[in-house]
Design a protein around this ligand. Structure first.
Ligand code: SF4
Ligand code: SF4
Length: 465
């Protein structure tokens, strides 16, 4: 049924109406999601495990089919119409509902896994639903983290396909998204799970090659170091590779490419933010106050993890857990609770529809803080701006998920060299004038570009001193 548009605006202020096909695919995805809830609620009454694959398949078909119909008839290019008129993407009722549901799921995941059905003596509910896949990959029953990893990977894959259709005019976005999909599916999910199955007789240690310290905050904890040291060749390799990532591989890659090599091409947190979080990127706060909070918060978390790790290592080598008034075991559990669970999980993802998709990366991630400092002071990466072409539309600032006022730089013709920039390239992808370019070049003072604003007057165009 067509909707009458009473507005005289040339730009239709109403969000586009769903086609019949989109409604069908939304319903298919909804049925897949419903299967999860049915399995969760009725695992005692029925054998629910056969619902797993249909559920995952229906959700995937629903999202991919919906996205295909959404973009297939539109020309390639910037497509963000209606963002501020949709309840889900402009902090309306649907956004709050989605935020509450996702946040609630994270609370169960971290603190009440029994309610999800996790039980070492035999799973029930949602966790039991995932047992067949867990047995197939690693030969043992699922945990709540396996459920989370599977759904997380599925989200990056299906919303990644949607993202590629949306930004198909931009080769950088296509390759970058294929990269995060590849790293999530292979390095974060399949390889660690298969290796876990092959080493089931050994104590647990992290097997995700790309999840390095300080993002993996327990890397240097005594139980983890001991598990790696007693974990055979694989354990020792993970220890050596993990340290090499911190001191050699990451600094070298950040020098050449900026923090984007990790935050926008490899990291799972960034992967979810860029794909499932894409419709919410404009919600990031661009105010000066937010920027001040960002700097205080992210560097405080960095100091917290540096201190915690130093004391944890002190305990490992001396056996002494008390340093002045600090107990190193309490400190690490506080970090795990406050930063590892609440900040990165519950707030970081649960608040996507309210605060934007990179809340954790921008305000909390200590890995982003380290990479950002290097990017700011010792990296070849910069975004160059062709100020004369800028029409001050503000698209770039609006869609910068890290809250950077890109337009301010573009208007001045100044290069963007910011610690917080994750190099996602969306500012460049949504610029209708081709003003912005992500580049690598020499590390010298020219990296910051010409900071003199271009003044366009009635009689002349000049460059201010
Ligand atoms: S400045 Fe551009 S590349 Fe950097 S985070 Fe913002 S949108 Fe992404
Ligand atoms: S740089 Fe591009 S997107 Fe940003 S304000 Fe200028 S024209 Fe608009």
């Amino acid at each position: 049924m067509s909707q009458i548009n009473p507005s005289l605006s040339l730009a239709n202020p109403h969000p586009p109406q769903l086609s019949v096909g989109q409604k069908v695919f939304a319903a298919i995805g909804g049925v897949g999601l419903l299967f999860l809830f049915v399995a969760w609620a009725a695992s005692q009454q029925f054998n629910i495990t056969h619902l797993l694959y249909p559920s995952l398949l229906l959700m995937a078909i629903g999202v991919v089919g919906y996205a295909r119909l959404m973009y297939k008839d539109l020309p390639a290019g910037v497509k963000n119409n209606g963002n501020y008129f949709s309840s889900l993407t402009n902090r309306g009722l649907w956004a709050w509902l989605a935020g509450i549901i996702i946040t609630g799921f994270y609370v169960l995941l971290y603190f009440y896994e029994g309610l999800l059905g996790f039980n070492e003596a035999g799973n029930t509910g949602l966790v039991q639903l995932f047992d067949p896949l867990s047995f197939a990959l690693k030969g043992k029953a699922a945990s709540q983290w396996f459920v989370y990893g599977t759904l997380y990977t599925l989200a990056i894959l299906v919303f990644g396909v949607k993202f590629i259709w949306k930004y198909r005019h931009n080769k950088y976005q296509i390759i970058r998204t294929l990269s995060v999909m590849f790293f999530q599916l292979g390095f974060a999910f399949l390889i660690p799970e298969l290796l876990e199955g092959l080493n089931s007789d050994k104590a647990y240690f992290a097997k995700d090659l790309k999840n390095m310290w300080p993002l993996n905050y327990y890397f240097f904890e005594d139980w983890h170091l001991n598990a790696m040291l007693s974990g055979g060749n694989l354990g020792k390799f993970m220890l050596v590779f993990g340290v090499a990532m911190i001191v050699i591989i990451s600094p070298v890659l950040t020098y050449f490419f900026g923090k984007r090599w990790y935050c926008s091409w490899v990291c799972g947190c960034g992967g979810l933010a860029e794909t499932a979080g894409d419709p919410f990127r404009h919600l990031s706060d661009k105010s000066l106050t937010a920027w001040k909070i960002e700097r205080w918060l992210i560097y405080s978390v960095l100091i917290f993890i540096l201190l915690t790790t130093a004391l944890v290592l002190y305990t490992y080598f001396t056996g002494n857990a008390q340093v002045w008034f600090l107990n190193t075991y309490s400190l690490r559990s506080w970090y795990g609770f406050a930063i590892g669970a609440i900040f990165s999980g519950v707030i970081g993802v649960g608040f996507y529809p309210i605060l934007g998709s990179r809340v954790w990366c921008r305000f909390g991630c200590p890995m982003a803080a380290i990479l950002g400092l290097q990017q700011r002071f010792f990296s070849r990466f910069r975004i160059t701006t062709n100020g004369g072409q800028c029409i001050s539309c503000g698209n770039c600032s609006t869609y910068c998920e890290m809250g950077i006022d890109v337009r301010w730089y573009a208007q001045r013709g100044q290069n963007i060299v910011r610690a917080s920039c994750v190099g996602c390239g969306i500012c460049s992808a949504v610029c209708p004038r081709g003003v912005l370019r992500l580049e690598n070049g020499p590390v010298d003072k020219d990296r910051f570009g010409d900071v003199s604003p271009i003044i366009i007057g009635r009689d002349e165009v000049s460059i201010a001193d």
